[in-house]
Design a protein around this ligand. Structure first.
Ligand SMILES: [Cu+2]
Length: 161
């Protein structure tokens, strides 16, 4: 998305420069700077320690946890996760009311600005649904994590004991 905006900006600036003298090149400078700033913001979100528990058969559901660090000045949101080992995924939160804690599906996981968010089984996490295969400890696979602002980030997931 920022790339698209950059491209539009560049084309617009080239057209404008041909016709004008002073004010508009300044506009071009500002818009170009804006694009650069955007690109940096998208690299300020990082994911580490992505992991799932092992599974001895296909068909089940597994919690996927990870640590997300957002160094950007604005909040973001985890929208979707795609992993080749599962048919579907959901974003979950754990509700603690009266009775036993219960997982609930939510539309996205909020990622605060300038903060580190730890996804875990008893808090925000991603649920992989309908595993397509068994997962042995030590195995790894790649998932695409889609954020509202930072876009898609590929991360390696480790299968634990
Ligand atoms: Cu869950």
């Amino acid at each position: 998305m920022p790339f698209d905006r950059g491209l539009h900006g560049a084309v617009a600036c080239r057209t404008i420069k041909r016709r004008s003298s002073v004010a508009l090149p300044l506009f071009c400078l500002i818009s170009t700077f804006g694009v650069v700033h955007n690109a940096i913001a998208n690299e300020s979100l990082t994911i580490v320690d992505a992991r799932v528990p092992a599974a001895d058969k296909e068909g089940g559901d597994l919690p996927l946890t990870m640590t997300i660090t957002n160094e950007a000045d604005s909040a973001d949101a985890l929208l979707r996760v795609r992993c080749p080992v599962a048919n579907f995924s959901e974003r979950h939160i754990v509700d603690r009311g009266e009775g036993a804690p219960a997982m609930r599906s939510i539309s996205n996981i909020p990622v605060p600005a300038k903060a580190t968010l730890e996804l875990k089984r008893d808090g925000y996490h991603v649920m992989l649904l309908q595993l397509r295969q068994a997962l042995a400890p030590g195995e790894t696979f790649k998932c695409a994590i889609v954020f509202q602002k930072a876009g898609t980030i590929e991360t390696e997931v480790q299968v634990q004991k």
